[in-house]
Design a binder for this molecule. Structure first.
Ligand SMILES: Cc1cc2nc3c(=O)[nH]c(=O)nc-3n(C[C@H](O)[C@H](O)[C@H](O)COP(=O)(O)O)c2cc1C
Length: 179
């Protein structure tokens, strides 16, 4: 299976990246082909809602790094979004990618039928707060006819390295078994 992993944390040694690494290691061990994009380290703006998607030979007419990721979303059998909770919501670092998946809908590209995995973490100890990510992602999956195969939801991690005190990386590795 081709799995495209997109992260949304700016911390290279943070909790999201540790879980992402664990997921990718397990997924590759299972024989999956994984492409990883760290959106926070790329230049990716928001959707301009110009509705000219794919009319200029690329997904987005505003040519930033989304156009590097776009073919790997379209081509993937599965997508994994990995991100921390920022202000009870999806971080800006990855939101531009998620918003611009709209380009495939506008251009009527075959985006349906993918599997989706989520890897999310936050400082506060109540996992229900991660609904700020899971609710929009579940609705998005419904609309796109993507199947959510697993959600790794890890509350109670604040500083880099905190995830090591949890079973978050083990859960992320177990997520790979679901693809
Ligand atoms: C801008 C910003 C906003 C945040 N908002 C929340 C929040 O609303 N709720 C929460 O529990 N944690 C919040 N956090 C904490 C992060 O979710 C937490 O530190 C997480 O472990 C960061 O993941 P990372 O190490 O992968 O970057 C916020 C952190 C930042 C930097």
């Amino acid at each position: 299976m081709k799995i495209t992993v997109i992260t949304g944390s700016p911390r290279k040694h943070g909790n999201t990246f540790a879980m992402t690494d664990a997921f990718i290691k397990a997924a590759e061990a299972k024989g999956h082909e994984v492409m990883r994009f760290d959106a926070a380290m790329m230049k990716i703006g928001g959707c301009h809602a110009c509705m000219t998607c794919f009319k200029t030979g690329k997904a987005c007419s505003f040519d930033d790094d989304f156009n590097i990721i776009a073919p790997h979303i379209l081509d993937a059998d599965a997508i994994v979004y990995a991100m921390p909770l920022y202000w009870y919501s999806i971080p800006a670092q990855i939101k531009g990618v998620i918003d611009r998946v709209f380009s495939f809908c506008v251009a009527e590209k075959p985006i349906q039928g993918k599997k989706l995995g989520l890897i999310c973490c936050c400082e506060e100890h109540d996992a229900a707060l991660l609904e700020g990510i899971t609710v929009p992602m579940r609705r998005t999956a419904d609309l796109l006819k993507w199947e959510i195969v697993g959600e790794v939801l890890v509350p109670g991690v604040f500083h880099e390295g905190d995830v090591a005190k949890t079973d978050g990386c083990a859960q992320a590795a177990a997520l790979a078994e679901k693809f």
